[in-house]
Design a protein around this ligand. Structure first.
Ligand code: PMP
Length: 414
């Protein structure tokens, strides 16, 4: 039968575990922006969650050498002993966390580590506390694993940070995990050691609750922000903490797919069971590259951090100069999360009412700038800009945003 005659999925119904998971709004906007760009529009897409820099040469060369040396076979299930040693050194050197080899696991990106952990631990209906705004995959992975995401709004007034009393009030006998992400995608907010200590005091009172600390943006911090990770701040809780990290953001290695975690060996072992039936070992060549990244010179990380900081300042200043927008200064990552509350209720020159942050994103798309509405991350009305792109593109995008916003017509106030 020709493809044109085939019915698109007659008789197909998705498994209940994925039936409620919609196509991501981020993908919808990125696809629309991509289509407009291909149609010849000078679209600037500020949606990407990856550094625009290339993977540093020494890391690429380590991978090429590994291919030459025949490192093209399966490795140990959740990472070669050599990679696990490099991860152990990293945790000890940079975070003061001491793990044995069976307390370390490596997978195809931090995403697989998170997935393994939830699949390995959640029973139907178990709850996972997720401060919002949050990286959308968190709630979807929890749902696929049969758990229930408990989303706690952490607005700009709280610095986008979970407050201890809020955590205390959300914990039930079914709470299995608290998921922390610092610096945060999408807000860029970071938790200082004292913020984490205050949350640890709550966690200590609830022995059924474990903490997953997603440290993906550890190295991308600004203004001397001192990165802190939960297990280091609360060493007595290491038996209930999984520390998650990866090479994607720090070393511009998103496509290599290497992430890792450190935590209690019983948890790590259960996570390996999940991975063994999903993907087996992470790519052998990428593992060699990750060892070079973790053990190699780190100056490139600092250089890129400076470039990101310059761009952050450019974007924060540019957005705050626009009436109707309010952009807090992020501590880290490569995103700004600006409030567009001041635009809600205005009208476009064509008379369309701006009723939500989705409308703002659609309106900016018409002005050839793609941003992601805050509703995608569980907090409205905001939009996320990824500034992992050139200063020049950012300047043009900011000018377009300012121009488009100034063309909005304010409602007549009574
Ligand atoms: N955590 C956060 C907060 C992220 O933003 C991302 C990537 N967007 C990941 C984890 C996953 O990264 P990776 O799978 O590439 O290691």
């Amino acid at each position: 039968m020709s493809a044109a005659l085939r019915s698109p999925g007659a008789g197909f119904s998705p498994a209940p575990r994925i039936a409620t998971i919609g196509v991501s709004e981020i993908l919808r906007i990125t696809a629309k922006a991509g289509a407009l760009k291909r149609a010849g529009r000078p679209m600037i897409v500020l949606g990407a969650g990856e550094p625009d820099f290339d993977t540093p040469e020494p890391i690429k060369n380590a991978a090429i050498r590994a291919i030459g040396a025949g490192a093209t076979k399966y490795t140990a299930l959740d990472g070669s002993p050599e990679l696990k040693e490099a991860v152990r050194r990293k945790f000890s050197r940079e975070n003061g966390l001491v793990f044995t080899q069976d307390e370390v696991t490596c997978g195809a990106g931090a995403k697989q580590i998170l997935y393994n952990a939830f699949m390995a631990t959640l029973a139907e209906g178990d709850e996972v506390v997720i401060p919002t705004p949050y990286w959308t995959s968190y709630s979807d992975i929890v749902t696929i694993a049969g758990g229930r995401p408990v989303l706690l709004p952490c607005g700009a007034e709280a610095g986008f940070r979970l407050q201890p009393a809020q955590l205390e009030a959300a914990i039930t006998p079914r709470t299995r995990w608290l998921l922390l992400n610092s610096p945060s995608n999408p807000s860029g907010a970071g938790y200082r050691a004292e913020d984490l200590a205050a949350l640890a005091a709550v966690i200590r009172r609830h022995p059924q609750v474990w903490v997953m600390s997603d440290d993906m943006y550890e190295h991308i911090v600004y203004d001397g922000f001192r990165f802190a990770t939960f297990a280091a701040v609360a060493p007595d809780l290491t038996e209930r903490t999984l520390t998650v990290n990866g090479v994607s953001k720090a070393y511009a290695m998103t496509g290599w797919r290497i992430g890792y975690g450190g935590g209690p060996s019983a948890l790590i072992k259960a996570m390996a069971v999940v991975q063994s039936q999903a993907t087996s070992c992470p790519c052998s060549v990428s593992q060699a590259a990750a060892i070079a990244a973790l053990d190699g010179p780190q100056d490139v990380v600092a250089e890129r951090r400076m470039a990101f900081q310059r761009r952050r300042d450019l974007v924060v200043q540019g957005l705050n100069a626009v009436p109707g927008l309010d952009c807090p200064v992020p501590d880290g990552a490569f995103y700004t999360f600006a409030s567009c509350a001041g635009l809600i209720g205005t009208r476009t020159p064509e008379g369309r009412v701006i009723g939500s942050d989705r409308d703002v994103a659609d309106y900016l798309l018409d002005a050839d700038v793609a941003v992601v509405p805050g509703s995608c991350f569980g907090l409205e009305p905001f939009f996320r800009i990824s500034y992992a792109t050139s200063d020049e593109e950012l300047r043009v995008a900011l000018a377009r945003i300012a121009q488009a916003c100034s063309a909005l017509v304010a409602p007549v106030r009574a």
